[in-house]
Every structure is written in C-alpha cells, then in structure tokens.
Design a protein around this ligand. Structure first.
Ligand code: ADP
Ligand code: MG
Length: 699
C-alpha cells in the first residue's frame, strides 16, 4: 500500500522542503490541507489599465509586451516589464529579482496585483504580485487570495501552489454523517477544504470554516468522551466513606467558616469518593479561594478509612508550605515530606500502619514502590507536570486498585475550554473568595511616574510595615533585540536596592539554589526582607499574609489570567492590597488590554477576555503550548462548543442509529490521499472503542 500520508509523497517536495514544512508543523498531507490561511486578500477587482487610480491596490490582466533585466548605475538589479490590455499600457518594476525574467516570457497572459504609482505621467507598479495565467485560473493575484503563515525558504506562492495542486488531486470524503451535515447547515468536506483555501467569495469561506471547525470539535469531544468512558469502566476503586458527624467535627475545628463553594466542592468530592468508580475530578479556583481546606477534607476521609494519600506539589517551596497547612488543618494526621533532599534516605518503616499523607515534589514519583495503600492522589497545579508524569503516577497504582484522583489548579480555565479539553474529568469550580477578603486595587503607571510609585511604596512600608513584591518577566536582561526593554530581576534588584537604601531588599529567582531560595523565602516570611524582587516563580506558592503590594514590571508580556494569578500573591491577609503595573510599552492596545485588570477580579473572566483579544493560544504561558491542538476551530466560540458537545454525546450514545459515512471502494481512496489518514486516525481510533467498526479498508 502506498503511503499517502507523508508530505514527501507529493510531487516536488523533497527532503529540503519536507524539513522546511516540518518547521511550520506540516508533516502529512492532512497537515498541509489544514494549514489554513490566517487571512485573505480580496484581489477580485480586475481593473482596466485606463481606470487605475494612484494609491489603490488593484489587479490587472494583460499581455506581456516586453521584459528585461537591467543594472542601475550603482549596480542594483532591476527587472522591467511592460504589459497591456485593450485600454493601455502599464510599466512593471522589480528590484533584486532577476529570476523573474526566466518565469515570464513575452506574449504570455499575466495577472498583476499592486498599487499604481505615477511616474512622469507613465503608469507603473512597483514590485507587484504576479502570476502567469494558465487555463484562465489564477490563484495568487485574482479573486480572494489566501495568505498563509510561512517560514524562511518557503514562499507564500510556493505553498499556495502546493495546496492548490493537492486539492485538485484529492477527493475528500465526508467524515460527518449526511444527517449532521444537513441538520447543522454544514458543507461537504470537499467543498469546505476547497473554499477555506480558494474561495470564490467570503461567504463560502465562512461556511467552509464553520464546517471544518464543527467537525474538528466533534472529534475532540469524542476523544474526551471516550477517555471518560474508559475511566468510568474502571469500577474497582477504593471506596471511602465519611460519616456526617465526622465532617461536622472537621468543619467545627476550622478557624473559619467554609464558603458555599467550598462546601459544595467538599460534598461533590466526598460523593465521588464513596463510589466504586474512581474519582477523577478537577478542582479549579482562583488563588486564595481556599482549595487546600477542600483537599484536607478528602485527605481526612481517606485517613479515616485507613488509606494513605499522595499530595504532589510542583515546587519544594510549595510542598513545605502545604505540609505546614495540613498540619494546622489536620493536627492528628501523620504527614511525611518527600523531596529530592529527603528521598535518598527515605525510610517509610512501619509507617504504613498509620494512615499517612505523603506530601512532596517530583521526587515522589521515584519512590512509588515504597508508598503503599494509596487510595487518593492529589495533584496541585496539574499543568506543571507532564501528562506522562501524571499518567505514570496513576497507572502505577491502577495495577492494584484504581486510585481516586483530585487535580487542583488556580489556572483559570474558561468553562468552554474545560469542557472540551478535560472531557475526561469532572469539574468543580470554587468561584467565590472567602468572606472578608478584599479585592486588590490595581493601577497602571507610566514608566515616567515610577518615582511617584516608589515614593508611595516607601510611605506604605514606613506607615504600615507592609511588604512588597516586585515581579519581572526575566531573570537577567535579554540580549535579544526587541526583548532588551523587558525588565529583569537581577537588574531591578540593583536599581531598587540603590533607591530604597533604608529597606532590606531580597532577590529570588529560579537560577538560585534551593537552599538560597528557602532562606530568602524564610526571611521574607519573617519580615526580615521588605521588598522582594523576583520572577513569576512566585506565581505558585508563597503565602505571605503581610505582603500587600505587588509591582509587576513589563506586564504586557503576560496573559491577563497570569497577571491575575500573580496579584493573588498579595491580599492573603485581611487588609487592602495593591497591584501596580508598570508597562514598558506605550501601545494603546496593550494598555487597554491590561486595564481589564482594574475592573475584573475573576480569573475565568479574564481568561475569556484574553481569549477574545489574543486568541486561545495565548491564554497560558508558553509552557503550555501544545495544550490546544486545534487547527481550525476557535475554542472561544462557546456556542459551537456547546452544540458540538451535544452532537458528539448523541453520536457516542446512539451510534447505531446513525448512518455513518462508509468511504470504502477504490474509487474514493485512489485519488484521496488524506482519506486514509483521516479514516484511521479519527474514525478507527474513536469507533473501535465503541465496538462498531463497520467499514473495511479494502486496499
Ligand atoms: P488556594 O486556593 O490558593 O490554595 P488556600 O487554600 O491556600 O488558597 O487558602 C488561602 C487562604 O485563605 C489561607 O490562608 C486559608 O487559611 C484561608 N481560607 C480558606 N478558606 C477560608 C474561608 N472559608 N474563610 C476564611 N479564610 C479562608
Ligand atoms: Mg494552593
């Protein structure tokens, strides 16, 4: 069987181009066709030469009368041409592109797109787009022209040609059923791919995009639903029951009253734990929303049933702090800290007899064989761990009894996104802050007012003995052009130390040794440091109730949700807290985007806003790239997310009532390179889990 999948199977794509294409994520023919234009240019107005107006971009059809390569007096390479239509003549000029003459011969039909430039009364286009017209079809210069993101070595024109050629050779079978296509007013797949690339008009593009997005979302949902189904078939988990009185006793022991959200979260988790189906729940709540106490209730439940719990924290600092919190919340519980420093001499001994909470970092993952009787795994800030690490951890114990898993995150996840990407998880959101918490005041300050801000901070520290964070995006100044104005912790530490001579200034960043870091954090907790200059390292962890001011330098580099998480580091106590943003840019748009922080104090909402402004890929930092593997669909289209979820669920549950497309038969596959990949990837993968593969690949 021929391998149609690999991009190098296409004509004219050798090793060199395969490699270049790989740089922009195109490895297969399907990748090529799903590399959709990021915008279109309307070059559909064909203008007669006599009607050309200066400054307007227009397209002209004509015959090439003459073309020559010349050198100017200072040895610049110029290509000059003259074309004509029935209304007049037009001069063309290109710089440094002598090769053009080899491609355009005198007498050929040409389509030219450019701007009219009047020079000594003769009409001229400088460096226009051009294209030889073959069979009356021009894809680069007329009609609605797709504009693709490309990479060095690949010209837009080359890519456009390749996509066009591939489309012409390809018959793309539908993946969705006729019924769905009709009911949701979608188009055929063939039409959709043709029109997302080379539309006749923009309405067709919209229909094409809708159809492809719809399909993409359906398959994403199906994957999620499938995962969830597999998980739920694992019905042999530890059952954990907590008596009502015990829960009451726990609540009474707390130094505060639980918020409604916290109560609800605890109820949901305890209900999960009491079932034989293992829990797989994501607990999401802003920084400071009080997730720890919810986790503590579940740890207590496990312990009362004689089981151990693993609590995985992303950093050592956090592991330490969590141990301290759990000791306070559950004074009778045995805890054991496992970090890279303690794990070498890890000796669990006969601890296993007493229910224990193992709190630790990645080091835990290397000691799983020593930790037994684990009924509950809690993972804090789950995105800081690789999917693989998470799976390994859970799988290790699954061999015996499937553990219950609770993942916690302060990363705001718009609900629409959570539904799609965590289809296998149940979701609980804590959406209120504990009573008595005051929202922080947020200001945006121009760099030239920095002194005023500093003086205000000075006054605050002197008057109320508060502490301040100064957060910089970088550890050290970047040498990279364009990034040299991004503030760095090392530089700011020097400047701040010089300015605030009377205060103690600390520096904390990721390149420091663990011991140094711990010392700085200790000093800051013990109020030996007044101002801590740091990096987003403090985003997770560090609970310093006395710190009320946070300054964020070059904030435009962060997503709104990340900024919100950062400012959650202050206001852990009861008094008013302040967040001061000092952008390094004057861009009106950046400032406007940041201004949302002044009025919106809900992480999820901020994430939604950023998603609208900057697109889904930018909500989270770069460490989460690959998190969103959508090619075409826009995850912020909540309406479509909802509709497709409904359709996917129905497909999943009532698959037998659907007339699935059965794209078999040579005719279809022979000229259809992507059908193969698509069939195997999407339908096979998804449907074989449903025990319903009815079609057979017959070649
Ligand atoms: P996070 O969700 O960021 O992990 P924590 O669990 O660390 O938040 O809680 C933040 C702070 O709020 C802690 O000091 C905690 O003791 C306190 N807290 C939690 N729940 C409540 C509540 N219901 N009322 C008052 N304070 C609370
Ligand atoms: Mg926390």
């Amino acid at each position: 069987m021929e391998n149609y999948d690999n991009i190098s199977e296409l004509n004219g794509i050798g090793i060199k181009y395969s490699q270049l294409l790989k740089n922009i994520g195109i490895k297969t023919i399907e990748d090529l066709l799903t590399h959709i234009p990021y915008r279109y240019e309307d070059r559909s107005n064909i203008t007669k030469i006599s009607d050309l107006k200066p400054g307007e971009t227009s397209t002209v059809f004509g015959v090439v009368l003459k073309i020559d390569n010349v050198f100017t007096r200072n040895r610049k390479k110029i290509t000059k041409a003259i074309i004509s239509d029935e209304t007049g003549k037009l001069n063309l000029i290109w710089f440094n592109q002598h090769y053009i003459k080899n491609s355009i011969s005198e007498g050929s039909q040409i389509s030219i797109s450019g701007k009219l430039d009047l020079k000594n009364t003769s009409k001229q286009f400088v460096s226009p787009q051009w294209e030889i017209i073959k069979n009356d079809k021009a894809i680069h210069t007329t009609g609605i022209v797709p504009i693709y993101s490309v990479t060095a070595g690949i010209s837009p024109k080359w890519l456009r040609n390749k996509i066009n050629e591939t489309l012409e050779k390809t018959n793309i079978p539908n993946l969705l059923t006729e019924e769905i296509i009709k009911d949701y007013k979608l188009s055929d797949r063939n039409f959709a791919f043709q029109n997302i690339h080379f539309p006749k008009n923009l309405e067709d593009t919209i229909l094409a995009k809708k159809s492809l997005s719809f399909e993409e979302m359906i398959f994403l949902h199906l994957k999620g639903i499938k995962l969830r189904n597999i998980w739920q078939k694992k019905t042999n988990s530890h059952q954990i029951k907590m008596e009502k009185e015990d829960l009451q006793k726990f609540k009474k022991s707390l130094p505060f009253e639980l918020t409604n959200s916290q109560q609800k979260a605890i109820d949901e988790i305890l209900s999960d734990l009491s079932k034989k189906v293992p829990m797989n729940r994501l607990l999401q709540g802003d920084v400071g929303s009080g997730k720890t106490v919810v986790a503590a209730a579940s740890v207590l439940a496990a312990a009362q049933n004689g089981f151990n719990t693993i609590f995985l924290a992303p950093t050592q600092i956090l592991a330490n702090q969590h141990q301290a919190s759990f000791r306070k919340l559950l004074p009778d519980l045995k805890t054991h800290l496992i970090t890279s420093e303690t794990s070498k001499k890890l000796d669990i001994g006969n601890e296993t007899k007493t229910p224990t909470l193992y709190i630790g970092t990645h080091a835990i993952l290397h000691n799983l064989d020593k930790l037994n009787n684990i009924a509950l795994i809690i993972i804090d800030e789950q995105h800081k761990f690789g999917v693989g690490q998470r799976t390994n951890l859970v799988d290790f114990y699954t061999k015996k009894l499937v553990p219950n898993v609770l993942t916690m995150t302060a990363t705001p996840i718009p609900r629409s996104m959570a539904l799609t990407f965590y289809g296998d998880l149940d979701l609980t959101t804590i959406d209120e802050l504990p009573k008595g918490k005051v929202e922080s005041k947020t200001w945006i300050i121009e760099d030239k007012k920095r002194k005023d801000a500093y003086n205000w901070i000075k006054k605050q520290i002197n008057e109320s003995k508060t502490q301040t964070f100064i957060v910089c995006p970088f550890i050290e100044k970047s040498e990279v052009e364009g990034l040299d104005n991004v503030k760095s912790a090392v530089d700011e530490f020097k400047k701040v130390s010089a300015y605030f001579k009377e205060f103690k200034i600390g520096l904390l960043h990721g390149k420091m040794k663990n011991q140094e870091k711990d010392k700085v954090i200790d000093d800051f907790s013990n109020k030996k440091i007044d101002i801590l200059v740091t990096t987003p390292l403090i985003e997770v962890g560090i609970d310093i109730p006395n710190a009320n001011i946070i300054v964020i330098e070059t904030p435009e580099r962060f997503g709104l949700a990340s900024l919100h998480q950062l400012r959650g580091r202050v206001g852990r106590g009861d008094s008013q807290s302040y967040c001061i943003l000092i952008p390094s840019t004057k861009s009106h748009e950046s400032i406007k985007r940041l201004s949302n922080l002044k009025t919106v104090h809900n992480g999820n909402k901020l994430a939604e806003i950023d998603m609208q402004i900057r697109g889904p890929g930018n909500i989270y930092g770069t460490e989460q790239h690959g998190f969103l593997d959508m090619q075409i669909a826009d995850i912020s289209d909540i309406e479509m997310v909802r509709t497709t979820k409904k359709v996917a669920l129905d497909l999943f549950e009532n698959i037998s009532k659907y007339q699935l497309p059965r794209p078999h038969g040579r005719g279809m596959l022979k000229c259809s390179p992507i059908s193969h990949k698509v069939l195997s990837e999407h339908y096979k993968g998804i449907l074989e889990k449903l025990d319903r593969i009815t079609y057979i690949e017959d070649n």
